[in-house]
Design a protein around this ligand. Structure first.
Ligand code: OOG
Ligand code: NI
Length: 462
């Protein structure tokens, strides 16, 4: 990075702010959701002074209600590879591989996000990025027609491509270029109400799968939702109708707990929006398309592979008792089954840590900071009150939960079944790089904090 370059985190912040402004204008219901989230966050903080203090110490309180992620769906390998280069300019790298075929959605995905503690704290904005899998479409001829249509579109502006190349060449961008880069990249995420297929083709695609129509029929991968962070997801879910927005049937992820784990999310249902198709005779035909919605998320501790396996088992068990219906008719039963199933997951930080279920960062207590030189292992140091631990926040996504978000926005009709067919190798070939392993990331942060504690204690001569 040259001295006149601005940080990748600053570019990412500018980008997420610009995207938020654009989306609020495009989807007014999203602005209403942001208002509701802001209100509930304020009320939660007012009612819980200790929570407020903790957040003040470890987080940026003034940005608490800002967007934490968005999502796009891409059509081709070339789009995915270029998108990865664009995100890298903003310090966002692909973490995790999500196969959604089992959930009846013909895509596989990753999340582009900042890595490293400081960057995440500065601005954690992520983009859940899916690639359409035409190989899962039974109708081969339609698959080929789709590939043909997709091969003709260019989703990046010339300016976005040039500035990405410049950033790669120079190792970053200066202030003016960064601003131009943000404006140019925003164009890729913009909504286009003029389809690039005729009405007949749109309906063929739509009949094959609504998601295929969403990806193939338009000029670009419009941002399909943005997601602010809430401190009380149950409260926002229950207040949505009062604000004139229709929530999806249930909150995805773990149940309400004293010690939050992983990720809970819910959304309002996608809106029906007017679009137009240019037919073969050159005449415009109007129609509608449902794609864009708003979502909220509440995050908890990142789980170790052992904790994650327990989570997956308990979620699976609860879904064997009740599967949530899209119309919400069994929502209460589902919540009860979930709570019952998760009673097995320890709900205090000490046990979660002692059983190796979650990742934590370690730091010296006041007593630890004042202590003389000590060598010991981290467990005895905790027992002696010299070291304390805090949960590491989960920064990634959950496939079952993501599938629930997808499904709620694809209409309440019958779900389509695909055979599970994860293909991470193919995804990485298309992406042009490997996706990072989320567990390595959390384990690394945890180990670094342990090393720092041991190092500091071994050098003290108070
Ligand atoms: C992405 C759905 C997944 C999440 O929060 O799990 C997602 C999509 O609908 O394209 O954003
Ligand atoms: Ni989402």
């Amino acid at each position: 990075m040259k001295s006149d370059h601005i940080s990748t985190s600053d570019i990412r912040s500018a980008f997420s702010a610009a995207m938020s402004a654009m989306y609020r204008e495009e989807v007014p219901a999203y602005g209403t959701l942001m208002e509701l989230v802001g209100r509930v966050n304020d009320e939660t903080l007012a009612a819980q002074p200790t929570l407020k203090e903790r957040l003040q110490a470890i987080d940026y309180l003034d940005r608490i209600s800002e967007e934490r992620h968005g999502a796009i769906r891409l059509g081709t390998a070339a789009e995915l590879a270029m998108m990865a280069r664009v995100f890298a300019v903003m310090g966002m790298y692909p973490v995790g591989y999500y196969d959604l075929s089992t959930a009846g959605v013909p895509v596989h995905s990753t999340a582009f996000r900042p890595i490293g503690d400081a960057e995440l704290k500065r601005n954690p904005f992520r983009v859940f990025t899916s690639l359409l899998r035409l190989d899962l479409i039974a109708d081969e001829e339609l698959g080929e027609a789709s590939a043909q249509i997709l091969s003709k579109r260019q989703i990046f502006t010339t300016g976005a491509i040039e500035l990405t190349e410049k950033a790669e060449r120079d190792g970053g961008l200066g202030k003016e270029d960064a601003q131009r880069f943000v404006n140019e990249v925003l164009e890729t995420f913009r909504w286009h109400d003029e389809a690039n297929v005729d009405a007949a083709m749109y309906h063929r695609l739509h009949d094959a799968h609504r998601l295929i129509a969403d990806v193939v029929s338009f000029k670009g991968p419009h941002i399909n939702h943005l997601t602010p962070r809430t401190l009380d997801i149950d409260q926002v879910q229950s207040l949505m109708p009062e604000y004139g927005i229709a929530p999806k049937a249930v909150v995805e992820g773990p149940p309400t707990r004293a010690c939050p784990i992983l990720l809970r999310q819910t959304s309002f249902k996608a809106l029906e929006e007017p679009v137009s198709f240019c037919n073969a005779d050159g005449a415009w035909e109007t129609g509608s398309h449902t794609a864009r919605f708003g979502e909220i998320e509440q995050r908890g501790v990142a789980l170790t592979p052992k904790g994650r396996a327990l989570y997956d088992t308990l979620l699976d068990n609860s879904r064997k008792i009740v599967r949530p219906a899209a119309d919400g008719s069994n929502a209460r039963d589902y919540e009860a089954a979930l709570a019952q199933s998760f009673a097995e997951f320890p709900d205090d930080w000490s046990t979660i840590r002692a059983e190796g279920l979650g990742y934590f960062t370690y730091s010296l207590t006041a007593k630890g900071k004042a202590a003389a030189t000590i060598r010991g292992n981290i467990e005895t140091l905790i027992d002696q009150g010299l070291v304390q631990f805090d949960p590491i926040v989960y920064e990634d996504f959950l496939p079952v939960s993501a599938a629930g978000i997808f499904q709620s926005n694809l209409g309440d009709g019958a779900q389509q079944e695909f055979v599970a067919s994860p293909n991470q190798k193919r995804f990485e070939t298309d992406l042009g790089m490997k996706v990072l392993n989320e567990f390595d990331h959390y384990a690394g942060i945890e180990q670094a904090s342990i090393d720092a504690c041991l190092q500091a204690l071994s050098k003290q001569d108070a």
